[in-house]
Design a protein around this ligand. Structure first.
Ligand SMILES: Nc1ncnc2c1ncn2[C@@H]1O[C@H](COP(=O)(O)OP(=O)(O)O)[C@@H](O)[C@H]1O
Ligand SMILES: [Mg+2]
Length: 238
């Protein structure tokens, strides 16, 4: 599959063009910060969540996966927002088969099967980036993501990939991201300078802490870029 440019979202195209270099550099910093955020264990599986919709989770997830290829041999981006999936749109990939379908056919798990695993061969992805989209819509995403089989699937991916980024839904609407955060080695919490309500963020973080998630830090998106960097990362999320 060919994809030549970094994924861009419509309403901030212009802004990104102005600071294209800084913007990828900040993602490289994010990747490094994640690596160094925990000395007790290696962070291989990272999930991205936030309190509410449209705070920038999917953008952070896709860009983090893209910069991860410079460091890791095989990188997998998984769209686990089964209610509002967007990664297939960002990467212009089919969403006919994905997480939900694979869960039904675990014995067919083969990362070279391009019907499931979209492999990007363009120069920026260097053939190292794989995308598993959300797949067929299911009536019970929470049950699916909390299931033993989902955990099993992630464990199988751990053997096959060097770095895994999981795009999750927001925490305040539905609890889908809670079990995913417990399975991941670390959770990145996204807040938007423009949209996030402090109480909502606090509630969501409390929920994560109670479930035993390893919250690595916060990414602050939608910052006014006139005199600050495009994204900020705070290691100490409190
Ligand atoms: N750092 C950012 N600055 C400005 N706009 C952003 C930023 N990150 C995302 N957006 C825009 O916000 C909207 C929601 O982004 P998305 O990543 O899909 O959020 P979420 O996954 O949290 O719902 C999109 O239109 C996207 O272009
Ligand atoms: Mg999203």
């Amino acid at each position: 599959m060919e994809r030549k440019v970094a994924p861009k979202r419509s309403d901030n195209k212009k802004r990104r063009k102005q600071s294209q270099f800084d913007y990828m550099e900040v993602y490289r910093q994010l990747r490094t910060n994640i690596e160094y955020s925990s000395f007790n264990k290696d962070i291989k599986v990272v999930n991205i969540t936030s309190s509410n919709p449209a705070e920038g989770k999917s953008s952070v997830a896709s860009n983090l996966a893209m910069v991860a290829v410079a460091k890791y041999k095989k990188v997998l981006l998984i769209d686990c927002d089964l209610r509002k999936p967007v990664q297939h749109k960002i990467f212009k990939a089919s969403n006919k088969l994905g997480v939900s379908n694979l869960m039904k056919n675990m014995n067919e798990l083969d990362i070279d099967n391009e019907a499931y695993f979209h492999k990007f061969k363009d120069s920026s992805s260097e053939g190292k980036l794989y995308l598993l989209t959300s797949g067929k819509a299911v009536p019970n995403p929470q049950e699916l993501l909390a299931s033993e089989r989902f955990k099993e699937m992630i464990d199988r991916f751990r053997e096959k990939f060097d770095y895994i980024v999981i795009d999750c839904p927001p925490l305040n609407a539905v609890a889908d991201a809670v079990p995913v955060s417990s399975i991941a080695d670390g959770t990145v919490f996204v807040t938007s300078a423009r949209d996030t309500d402090k109480r909502d963020a606090k509630n969501a973080l409390t929920m994560l802490q109670r479930s035993g998630a390893n919250v690595l830090g916060c990414v602050l998106t939608k910052v006014d870029t006139t005199n600050r960097s495009y994204y900020s990362y705070y290691g100490n999320y409190e």
